[in-house]
Write a protein that binds this ligand. Structure first.
Ligand code: AHR
Length: 658
């Protein structure tokens, strides 16, 4: 007996008789608005150790000794000194390893990684370091080891290599480590193994097998989880990180490109944003910067959507208007936006296009969107946004500009900003909603009444935050699925939707729920992930009207907690109907396809169901597949399809015609 049937039978037994069967009319004679390829996408922010310690493949923390506490993340022993006249202008610190003074004493450094260093048996890891012999002459030597400091075995080290340093000039050295055992929490130990003093800078360890094999690459399993979402748009780099606690530490894209050794460190505001979840060792290396982002967008087939600072620091954190750039002093910020477009799209001969080309991508990335400001509000935002729009339009009239509607999904700021965005003629307005269950249940018709002549909507950050249940439980995912039927039905006005945040490290999170959880070796896809994936893989090409008792199925009064949307997939010729049953009752439903003309529905289609008997259940490291979509066959009579929906379930029906 398959899992779905068991769920149905159990549900029927628990809930007893079902309510009246409900009939949905799916009018295929009227394919409506085009569904944008950008409809379902990704929101990436370096929060919860999403970049450094997460998607970015670097396994060494504070590799350039630039954290304000220069040796944070490192243990040193023997004769180690910190110096600051290194070869990289923006990262001048490095360490000097000198003779310990006794053959039984040792000099070295040891890095703890991000909550340890995760390595797998048989996989290759590329260790690299910039080094020199400061005293010249001869040959220096360092021993490089992965060690397990908690080991009760004879040895702590479980893989060892040696590197000879042969020059008084700074050079990069590299060696491959291939551990024979798997360890989620190893440390990287480097010991002076000769008599000569050695200087070390930019100490790095990457899996050799990164996503698409890139140097300075990304963790393959996490990037694969993104690819499996089939994203149409990719927002980056945030989030509040765009703004900075002060403008000084806003995300500055220009610092995130060029040779990785010379990208300066930035404070990560999430290390102190919540005093109850403090991560004092959370910084941004900018190693996953704007070049890596554009390349990844291209490889994922997603339109890049960068969000840039509008001259304002985080309004939650700043003490007043003086923390922002004066509205007459925005030139640097506006130029940053113009230069980013040039970096992405300019010819390889242009100033910033040549930087892109020098990094390995002479062809333009084809950037089409840019957002100015994240969660900004008030007149101070509007007066700053306006000159950005004028200048960007003048130079790049084809780039779509996205403005914001503040941090709330409604309320005074929201009501003020929407008309202002329409007045400024932005192309899309970014809406954010981290809201509880009741909000999601009540918003099935949210976009039905939006002005069709104004800007379009980018639902740029959203997630159901269960009241008192801030984890990725199934019910939150179900309500997101229900809400998204209204997004899909209004695809003429909602062009993009991205769940937020995207990633969280189990040992380093500041914010939850999140779409994808991970630790040093594993990945957990949440129920919300599968909702996003079901929408993205079944987004179709055109909206099809679907009604329940003559009304859109928005979970309204009298609709038994049912939400639905339908699309035509013109590429495959199939119809896709999504139905969320947010009630705790079994629901008998019929999907009656109207307007089929001479064609009939194929006798068999598929239904993919996401359900859980326990609405509080979540996927975990121990049970990553507790909630997964289950596909089964479904029969039609040529013009309709009758089905039974389990309580608390989301079903995606796909039927062709013959
Ligand atoms: O997604 C987490 C945070 O939520 C984002 O940084 C911010 O834009 C919003 O407040």
């Amino acid at each position: 007996m398959n899992k779905y049937l068991i769920v149905l039978l159990t549900a029927a037994a628990v809930c007893g008789a079902t309510a009246q069967p409900r009939e949905f009319t799916v009018d295929v004679s009227k394919p409506g608005a085009e569904i944008r390829p950008t409809m379902y996408g990704l929101f990436f922010e370096d929060i919860n150790f999403a970049a450094d310690g997460g998607l970015y493949g670097e396994l060494v923390k504070n590799r350039s000794f630039e954290f304000p506490q220069r040796l944070m993340g490192w243990r040193t022993f023997g004769n180690v000194t910190l110096r600051e006249d290194g070869p990289f202008e923006n990262n001048p610190h490095y360490v000097r390893l000198g003779d310990s003074g006794h053959r039984h004493r040792h000099t070295g450094i040891e890095n703890e990684g991000f909550f340890g260093i995760g390595v797998r048996a048989g996989q290759q890891y590329r260790f690299s370091v910039w080094a020199r012999l400061p005293e010249g002459g001869g040959t220096g030597k360092v021993r490089v080891q992965l060690v397990d400091n908690s080991s009760q075995g004879e040895r702590q080290d479980f893989v060892t290599q040696e590197i000879e340093i042969a020059s008084a000039d700074w050079r990069q050295y590299e060696v491959i480590l291939t551990p024979e055992t798997t360890n989620p929490k190893a440390a990287l130990r480097i010991t002076l193994a000769g008599a000569a003093t050695v200087d070390l800078e930019h100490v790095s360890l990457f899996p050799a097998d990164t996503w698409n094999g890139h140097r300075n690459g990304l963790r393959k399993d996490l990037a694969q989880a993104l690819a499996d979402l089939s994203p149409g748009v990719f927002r980056f780099p945030g989030g509040c990180i765009v703004e900075g606690t002060e403008l000084e530490n806003r995300y500055d894209w220009k610092k995130s490109v060029g040779p990785v050794e010379n990208r300066p460190l930035n404070e990560n505001r999430w290390h102190f944003t919540f005093a109850h979840r403090l991560y004092p060792d959370y910084y941004q290396s900018y190693g996953l910067g704007f070049y890596e982002y554009f390349v990844l967008s291209e490889e994922l087939g997603a339109e890049p959507l960068p969000v840039l600072n509008c001259g304002m620091a985080c309004q939650y954190q700043c003490s007043g208007i003086h923390d922002h750039a004066d509205e007459c002093d925005l030139e640097e910020f506006i130029q940053d936006a113009l230069d980013l477009v040039e970096f992405a799209n300019g010819p390889a001969t242009s100033t910033w296009g040549s930087v892109r080309a020098g990094m390995g991508h002479p062809e333009p990335f084809g950037l089409k969107f840019i957002a100015i400001g994240n969660e900004q509000w008030g007149e101070e935002y509007v007066v700053r946004l306006e000159p950005f729009i004028e200048r960007i339009r003048a130079v790049y009239p084809d780039i779509a500009i996205i403005g914001g509607s503040g941090p709330g999904s409604e309320g005074a700021e929201f009501e003020y900003l929407w008309p202002e965005m329409a007045r400024l003629k932005v192309d899309l307005v970014d809406e954010h909603f981290y809201r509880p269950e009741q909000w999601f249940l009540s918003q099935g018709a949210r976009y039905d009444g939006y002005d069709r002549k104004g800007p379009k909507v980018f639902a740029g950050e959203y997630a159901c935050h269960g009241r008192g249940k801030k984890w990725n439980h199934f019910n939150a995912a179900l309500l997101e699925a229900a809400f998204l039927t209204g997004v899909e039905r209004n695809a003429d006005i909602v062009h993009m939707a991205t769940y937020a945040p995207l990633f969280a490290h189990y040992e380093g999170w500041q914010w939850r729920p999140d779409l994808i959880w991970f630790d040093n070796l594993g990945v957990v896809r949440t129920a919300s992930y599968y909702v996003q994936q079901l929408y993205a893989l079944n987004k179709g090409t055109h909206v099809i009207p679907v009604t329940l008792d003559g009304r859109p199925a928005t979970g309204a009064e009298g609709q038994d907690g049912l939400f639905a949307s339908a699309v035509l997939d013109a590429d495959s010729g199939e119809y896709v109907v999504k139905v969320a049953n947010t009630s705790d009752q079994v629901r008998e439903i019929t999907l009656a396809f109207k307007g089929l003309k001479k064609k009939a529905l194929a006798r068999e289609g598929t239904v993919t169901t996401l359900s859980s008997e326990d609405p509080d259940l979540e996927n975990t490291v121990a049970r990553p597949d507790a909630i997964v979509p289950v596909p089964t066959a479904v029969a039609t009579d040529g013009s309709s399809l009758t089905a039974t929906l389990a309580p608390n379930s989301f079903a995606v029906y796909r039927v062709g015609v013959e």
